[in-house]
Each structure stands twice: as structure tokens, then as C-alpha cells.
Design a protein around this ligand. Structure first.
Ligand code: FE2
Ligand code: FE2
Length: 182
């Protein structure tokens, strides 16, 4: 198993969350009530699984390794990926704020959630596409001889996250998929 295979598998799980966000956005646009707890679970998943687990494997391990092989992180394709992670974090902040407002009955909070959620979905789907098709193939060419070391460092990221946490979030996204499409 290559390090990029692990990351691509995580992309498939993150894409499930993008579906969940799209489903909830459609409900809110149809003026249907969505439980704030379900929306919070989406934000929690993104912060823990997408950002703390997946993006840290990229930023702290894969991209860092590419940089040490001569790929600039300040600009260039890796720089673009880092900037997009940061843009994603801003959308997630917007979603979290909108959920608080939604729960407190603030006018248009549902629209604000949808705006941020759709922004996040659009950003992440093209981001994942670029990584799968451009950036990871570049990494595979640059780093073929040292992949084992990367897998060990991924394991350290998982360990910091906690035992079973990765699996817990895989289950959560499946439950949210069911709830959001019912
Ligand atoms: Fe990324
Ligand atoms: Fe990624």
C-alpha cells in the first residue's frame, strides 16, 4: 500500500461528507428543518477527519517530504493545495457560526449555512480531483523509494488522533448519509 493510496481512500470518505452537505443544503433550500445536531456532526467530521487527520497527513508528511525533495511549498502546486486547505477552514468556520445562529433562530442562518456548505463542497471536490490526478502522481514519481517511512508517519498522525477515531468517523459519515438522504 502506497501512502497516496491511503490518502485517496480518505478522499472517498470525504466525498461522502460532500454528498451529505449537498443533501442537507437541498433540504434547507426547500425550507425543511434539519436538526442542528446533524449539522454539527458534519462540522465535527470535517474538523477531525478531513482537517486533523487527512490534511495533516498531507501538510505535515507528504507535502513536507515533497518540499525536502525540492518542490517549493511557497507557491507552485503544493502552495495552491495549502491555500485551499486554508480556504476550506474558513468555510467550516462559516458553517459552525451559521449552525449556532440557526439554532438561535437568527434570520437567514439557513441560507448562510448553505452558502458556506456549497462553497466547501465546490472547493473540496475540485481540490480532491487535483490531488488524485496531478499532485499525488507527482508525489509518487518524486518519493517512490521512501514510501515506507511516510506510512509510519501517517500512523503517528492516527495515533495522535486517538485509537479507533478514524473508524468512528467512517461510521459517522455513513449514518449521516442515511439521515441526510431520508
Ligand atoms: Fe489536500
Ligand atoms: Fe487530500
Amino acid at each position: 500500500m502506497k501512502s497516496t493510496d491511503t490518502l485517496m481512500h480518505e478522499h472517498r470518505i470525504i466525498e461522502k461528507m460532500l454528498n451529505v452537505l449537498s443533501n442537507y443544503s437541498i433540504k434547507l433550500e426547500q425550507n425543511k428543518r434539519v436538526q442542528p445536531a446533524q449539522l454539527r456532526a458534519c462540522v465535527d467530521f470535517i474538523r477531525m477527519f478531513a482537517d486533523t487527520c487527512h490534511h495533516h497527513k498531507e501538510e505535515g508528511v507528504l507535502f513536507a517530504e515533497m518540499e525536502s525533495h525540492g518542490m517549493p511549498t511557497n507557491g507552485g502546486p503544493v502552495g495552491v493545495m495549502l491555500a485551499e486547505h486554508e480556504m476550506g477552514r474558513n468555510y467550516v468556520k462559516g458553517m459552525a457560526k451559521a449552525i449556532d445562529d440557526y439554532e438561535n433562530g437568527v434570520a437567514n442562518a439557513d441560507k448562510e449555512f448553505v452558502r458556506n456548505a456549497q462553497g466547501y463542497v465546490g472547493l473540496l471536490s475540485q481540490h480532491i480531483n487535483k490531488e488524485d490526478n496531478i499532485l499525488y502522481p507527482m508525489a509518487e514519481q518524486m518519493l517512490s523509494d521512501m514510501d515506507d517511512g511516510l506510512m509510519e508517519r501517517f500512523a503517528e498522525v492516527e495515533k495522535k488522533l486517538g485509537e479507533g477515531v478514524h473508524e468512528k468517523y467512517e461510521n459517522i459519515v455513513s449514518q449521516l448519509e442515511k439521515d441526510s438522504s431520508s
